[in-house]
Design a protein around this ligand. Structure first.
Ligand code: NCD
Length: 304
């Protein structure tokens, strides 16, 4: 498979996703420490114009465990971005140093724009409230490993308006014919353009504001953080902060095989007591970012 830029889940077919998930499975032993020199001599550049812990460090881990090197732009204030350099110029330059670029940027559409100026693959690690396709691939992988992608009943809860993880995930889930319940306050519903797209693809979507009512009918509960930094008005954030909270008591209503996922970081939307229940999978999920990103790097650098 020839894979150039990874910008949005809309760029992938169902078959391509299956190939990536299968490759990720092959990489799991290396993610757990088995030696590899598959990407020896290759350089990955990481450019994060927004905070990141998991995405940046799991890409870095994936690259290093495969024997490759990583160069990092570091904090935006210390790079030429602070002097006013455009994203297009930064990308042109770094494309001459590295074999692939991981980019996170606050502006929606920035990754697709960057791809137009890059002579190496751009891997979109989040473009504002837009997309986060590499997170989606690790989310799908988690579902495959910990539950099942077939006949899946899943609820996405929280900030469906500004949450890029759920935008990308919803597109992918529609390819797997999942039965989706979207749970959010009215003002944080999934954007209409996305819902329209999903319905065009024949997706089964139900919208509600109530999490409790659906807990007994789902295989996966995908919880998200309210994206405080995207609210134009802090008062509007205060109205919805802490609106959903998954607790151990609430989970008495859950099916036995339910799994709970969260892209993390979490604030108070999952009570820490839930971590000790059989339902919690969010820390496994963050580990799965490593084998999945290994598969993406190997493909982007055309060695697998
Ligand atoms: C998410 C993101 O950056 O969109 N984090 C991540 O990559 N795991 C989710 C979030 O910030 O809430």
């Amino acid at each position: 498979m020839m894979l150039r830029h990874i910008i949005s889940m809309k760029d992938f077919s169902h078959d391509e996703i299956d190939i990536i998930l299968k490759r990720a499975k092959d990489f799991e032993p290396i993610a757990r420490g088995k030696k590899s020199s598959l990407l020896s001599g290759k350089i990955l550049a990481t450019l994060f114009y927004e905070p990141s812990t998991r995405t940046r460090l799991s890409f870095e881990t994936a690259m290093k465990r495969l024997g490759g090197e990583v160069i990092d732009l570091g904090s935006v204030e210390k790079s030429s971005v602070a002097k006013g350099e455009t994203l297009a110029d930064t990308i042109r330059v770094i494309g001459n140093y590295a074999d692939a670029i991981v980019l996170r940027h606050p502006r929606e559409g920035s990754a697709r724009m960057a791809a137009q100026f890059s002579n190496v693959p751009i891997l979109n690690a989040g473009d504002g409230a837009g997309h986060h396709p590499t997170q989606t691939l690790l989310d799908l992988y988690t579902i495959m490993r910990e539950s099942s992608l077939s006949n899946l009943r899943i609820a996405l809860v929280g900030d469906l308006k500004y949450g890029r993880t759920v935008h990308s995930l919803a597109y992918a889930l529609s390819m797997y014919h999942a039965d989706m319940t979207l749970i959010s306050p009215k003002q944080l519903q999934m954007p209409d353009v996305i819902k329209k797209d999903l319905k065009k693809q024949g997706a089964s979507i139900t919208e509600t504001t109530n999490m409790e009512d659906v807990l007994g009918d789902i295989d996966v509960l995908y919880v998200t953080r309210i994206q405080k930094e995207r609210f134009p008005d802090p008062a509007e954030y205060q109205k919805v902060a802490g609106i959903y909270r998954v607790t151990a008591e609430l989970l008495e209503k859950a099916l036995d095989n339910l799994i709970i996922m969260h892209p993390l970081p979490r604030l108070d939307e999952i009570d820490p007591a839930v971590d000790r229940t059989k339902y919690a999978r969010y820390f496994e999920q963050s580990f799965y970012g490593v084998p999945v990103r290994m598969a993406l790097l190997a493909m982007a650098m055309e060695v697998a």
